[in-house]
Every structure is written in structure tokens, then in C-alpha cells.
Write a protein that binds this ligand. Structure first.
Ligand code: MNH
Length: 460
């Protein structure tokens, strides 16, 4: 196979660290990879990262017959937290097909009816909380409270009380700290003395992990004690048996799944909501159209709430969300690995265990798939008539194939509902000086985005 191009000026031992800003590592990788062609590499402390940047190569890697989910050091480090939970499970681990089969029905479109009331309630709480605030509100903070509450209430019928305090819930802090340590471990894994540094990080991080596990174990044991026939995710995991094998998830597996849902299920949706608001604030004509749509569907009462059946009718709002996730996919990449040795169309050879990270911000703005105006925010790209001819696999914010996002419908239903309520009840004023900066946590978020809310009179 051909050799992979890498950034100029590679140094001994440390590798391609020149210009690497650890707080914006992913963005640095995107900028470098964009210069280096469809497939490139970067080496940090002996650990090689491989990046795929074009829609064409993305389509090739999404072929499920030849490729499957790959495991980067960052995803492997997450296993300290999620174990063999759905997101971090290796394909050969028995709990993946078991949990997948048990939980897919709970995430199907029709199951959203059960969560609709939860979404309405947490939205009420967010709007009350923001409505009582003087001056601009911090978008990310409010959205994270909202998505956290909706996952804890929908998944295991527990109120975390996020809106009762100004502060972010301690569980979120513990989780973010644990995940950040995990990511650092990921980059250190191949470094000289990396194992020592990792052991130190693990020790420093142990109490965060222990706190999260205690909290989740308490949720499970309380349910076991109090019983109840809730049909939430926890109820399904405790009660259901696999229809063919009769197997059930044990307590450790349930804990892993719950931690996985908390991690996978809240920051991602919070970021998607925040990016959408950012673009609506930047494009007043788009905002006006979205509000005209809410007026048409919800009518004259600014506090009207959408019914379950109404949520899919917000077609324009949904296009805004889709387009925001195109511009800034909050999960900005996923890895693919070949099932057998292959030579890619680029001429590079890949063996099982090798992986390439699909760089979604580049794939989603590839002019070959999206045209010369790919950098422009234009929700109408997602009109059915304009989507029809689009290149296959050029839009992948929820991943691909059997390991794609199980929470997609959950996130979309929640996000459209929240946006509809917010835009219907309020006019949004941006901070005129705001410049988009991307914060990198486990996912991407618009940093320090604020908005001023003014009660609005719908035009009906
Ligand atoms: Mn989600 C997998 C993006 C919301 C639970 N999710 C993935 C993957 C992407 C992704 C990309 C595939 C990763 C990979 O191939 O390595 N997820 C998102 C985005 C949002 C999102 C952009 C919101 C917007 N995800 C949610 C929500 C939940 C959830 C909400 C749960 C309530 N996601 C998961 C789980 C997986 C996953 C679980 C792993 C599925 C599997 O491998 O079986």
C-alpha cells in the first residue's frame, strides 16, 4: 500500500505535536487533515491517528460488508466508564447483541409517545427557569440541564432536580471529569512513561468514577426495592428476557448501559440544540420562517404545547436542526476498521485492527457532495427534492450501520419539540459581538453562546 501523508515537521518521539492545542485538538486535526488529502495520518507520542476526509472515502468505509465500527484509543479509554455498554462494546462481546435487541424497541419511533410528556415537562421547566432570568441566558448550561433531565426521567423515571439549582448537577461534573481523564489516557497510551501517567490519572479520577457508579447503583437498587412496573428503559432492562435466548442483562451490564445512556444521551443533544440556536441567531430570515411555522402549527397561544403527532410537522425546524448537525456534527467523527485486509480506492492498505476516523466536519462540507456553497448554512438543502440526488453516505451525524446511534429518534423528537416551544414563546436576540468558537469536550459545543429572550406574540 501507499504511505500516508502526515503534517510537515514531524519530531522524534513526540511526533506531530507542533501547533497542537490540546483544548482544540480535534479542530487542529481537521485543519491539518484538510490539507493532506482523502486519507492522512498524524502521530502523537507513537500513537498513529488516521483521518478520512472526503465523502467518497466515507461512503467506502461505510460499506458494512467490508468494514465495521473501529476502536480509537479515545473510545477504548471510555470503556473504563461504559464497559461493555452499547457504545463501547466490542462486536464479539455477548452483551452487545443482547442489549441491542432488548433496547431497540424502546428507542423506536413509536416508543417516543411514552417520552413525549417527559420532553414537554422538562421544556416547561427550562422555559420557566430562563423566563425568570434577568438579561441574557447561557444556552449550553440550560440545554444541558434539559437534556440531562429528559434522559434520567425517560430512562429510569428519576428527577435529578437540575432546575432546582443554579449549579450544574454534581453528577455532570463527575462525568465530565471522568471522561476528560479518559480522553487524556487515550492520547498517552503509546507515550514513553505513558503507562505511569495513565496510572496516575486513573488514581486521581477514581473518586469521580466511584461517585457515578454509586449513584447509578442507587437508582437500580431503589427500583428493585420499590418495584413498580414502569415501562422505562430501566424497567425493560430489569424485566425483559431476550425473545430467542431468554437471556437477561445482569447488574453490571445494566450499570454500564445506564452510564452509557447518560454520557451518549445528553451532551450530544444539548450541543445540537445549541448549534441550531446559534445559526438561527445568525440568520434572522431563517428564524422568522421557523417562527412562522410554529405559529401555523401551534396558533395564537405562545405557551401552546405540541402534541405527539404535531412534532414531525415542524418540517422547517427539522431542516434547521439537520443543517446545524451538518455544519457542526456534535459527534464529529467515528472510526471504521476492515473485517479483512483491504486496499482502499486511495491505494492504501488496511488490516483488521487498523482504523480510520471519519472526519465529519470535512465530509459534511465536501463540495463534491454538497456543492461549492457547502460552507453556507442553508436549511433548504434538506428539502426532499434537493436531497434526492445527494451522494450516498455524505451525511452521517448519527454514525452508520448496525452500530449507528440508537438514540436518534429520541434526540430528534426532543430537539424539535424544545425548539418549537422556545421559538414560539420567545423572540431571540443575539449577543451582537458573539463569534462562534467551538468547545471540545467529549463532543463539540458552541462555547459561551448566550441569547436574550423576549416574550413574543404569535402571528396567527
Ligand atoms: Mn448517539 C451511537 C451521535 C444522541 C445513545 N451516537 C452514536 C454514534 C454517533 C452518535 C455518531 C456512533 C458512534 C460510533 O460509530 O462509534 N447520538 C449522536 C448524536 C446525538 C445522539 C449526534 C444527538 C444529537 N445517542 C443519543 C441519545 C442517546 C444515544 C439521545 C440515548 C438516549 N448513541 C447512543 C448509543 C450508541 C450511540 C447507545 C451506541 C450504539 C451501538 O453501538 O449499539
Amino acid at each position: 500500500g501507499q504511505r500516508l501523508p502526515h503534517p510537515p515537521g514531524r519530531l522524534p518521539i513526540v511526533g506531530d505535536v507542533r501547533g497542537l492545542d490540546p483544548r482544540r485538538a480535534f479542530q487542529t486535526f481537521v485543519e491539518d487533515a484538510a490539507q493532506l488529502g482523502p486519507l492522512s495520518a498524524c502521530k502523537i507520542f507513537g500513537q498513529q491517528f488516521v483521518f478520512a476526509t472526503t465523502a467518497e472515502l466515507c461512503a467506502e468505509l461505510c460499506d458494512e460488508r467490508r468494514f465495521e465500527k473501529g476502536f480509537t484509543p479515545a473510545v477504548i479509554a471510555l470503556r473504563d466508564y461504559g464497559g461493555d455498554g452499547l457504545f463501547t462494546a466490542y462486536r464479539h462481546e455477548p452483551n452487545w447483541p443482547l442489549a441491542h435487541d432488548l433496547l431497540v424497541p424502546a428507542f423506536a419511533k413509536t416508543s417516543m409517545e411514552r417520552y413525549h410528556e417527559v420532553f414537554l415537562q422538562v421544556t416547561r421547566e427550562l422555559l420557566d427557569w430562563w423566563g425568570a432570568t434577568e438579561g441574557p441566558v447561557v444556552v449550553g448550561k440550560g440545554m444541558t440541564k434539559l437534556t440531562m433531565e429528559s434522559i434520567t426521567r425517560a430512562a429510569f423515571s428519576r428527577d435529578f432536580g437540575s432546575f432546582e439549582s443554579e449549579q450544574t448537577h454534581p453528577f455532570v461534573h463527575a462525568m465530565v471529569a471522568a471522561l476528560r481523564a479518559g480522553q487524556q489516557q487515550g492520547t498517552l497510551s503509546a507515550a514513553p512513561l505513558g503507562r505511569l501517567a495513565i496510572a496516575r490519572l486513573k488514581r486521581k479520577n477514581a473518586h469521580h468514577l466511584a461517585y457515578s457508579e454509586r449513584l447509578v447503583d442507587d437508582v437500580v437498587s431503589t427500583r428493585r426495592k420499590e418495584g413498580g412496573d414502569q415501562e422505562d428503559l430501566l424497567g425493560i432492562m430489569l424485566e425483559e428476557r431476550h425473545p430467542e435466548t431468554g437471556e437477561a442483562l445482569d447488574d453490571t451490564a445494566i450499570r454500564n448501559q445506564i452510564l452509557t445512556f447518560l454520557v451518549a444521551g445528553h451532551e450530544t443533544t444539548s450541543g445540537a440544540l445549541s448549534f441550531t440556536l446559534h445559526y438561527l441567531l445568525q440568520h434572522r430570515e431563517v428564524l422568522a420562517r421557523a417562527q412562522a411555522e410554529t405559529d401555523e402549527i401551534l396558533g395564537a397561544d405562545p405557551d401552546a404545547e405540541p402534541t405527539f403527532e404535531q412534532v414531525p410537522k415542524f418540517r422547517y425546524l427539522r431542516r434547521c436542526l439537520d443543517e446545524a448537525l451538518r455544519m457542526w456534527p456534535t459527534v464529529p467523527g467515528f472510526a471504521r476498521t476492515p473485517k479483512q485486509e483491504v486496499t482502499l480506492s486511495t491505494g492504501h492498505r488496511m488490516r483488521p485492527g487498523d482504523w480510520a476516523l471519519i472526519m465529519l466536519p470535512l465530509v459534511h462540507r465536501d463540495p463534491v457532495a454538497w456543492g461549492e456553497d457547502a460552507d453556507q448554512f442553508d436549511p433548504d438543502r434538506f428539502l426532499p427534492e434537493r436531497s434526492r440526488g445527494r451522494m450516498k453516505h455524505s451525511y452521517k451525524p448519527f454514525g452508520t450501520g448496525e452500530r449507528s446511534c440508537i438514540g436518534r429518534q429520541f434526540a430528534l423528537h426532543e430537539a424539535v419539540l424544545v425548539l418549537a416551544r422556545l421559538l414560539h414563546a420567545y423572540d431571540l436576540e443575539p449577543d451582537p459581538d458573539y463569534q462562534l468558537r467551538i468547545e471540545e469536550r467529549l463532543t463539540l459545543l458552541p462555547e459561551d453562546l448566550t441569547v436574550r429572550l423576549k416574550r413574543r406574540v404569535p402571528v396567527a
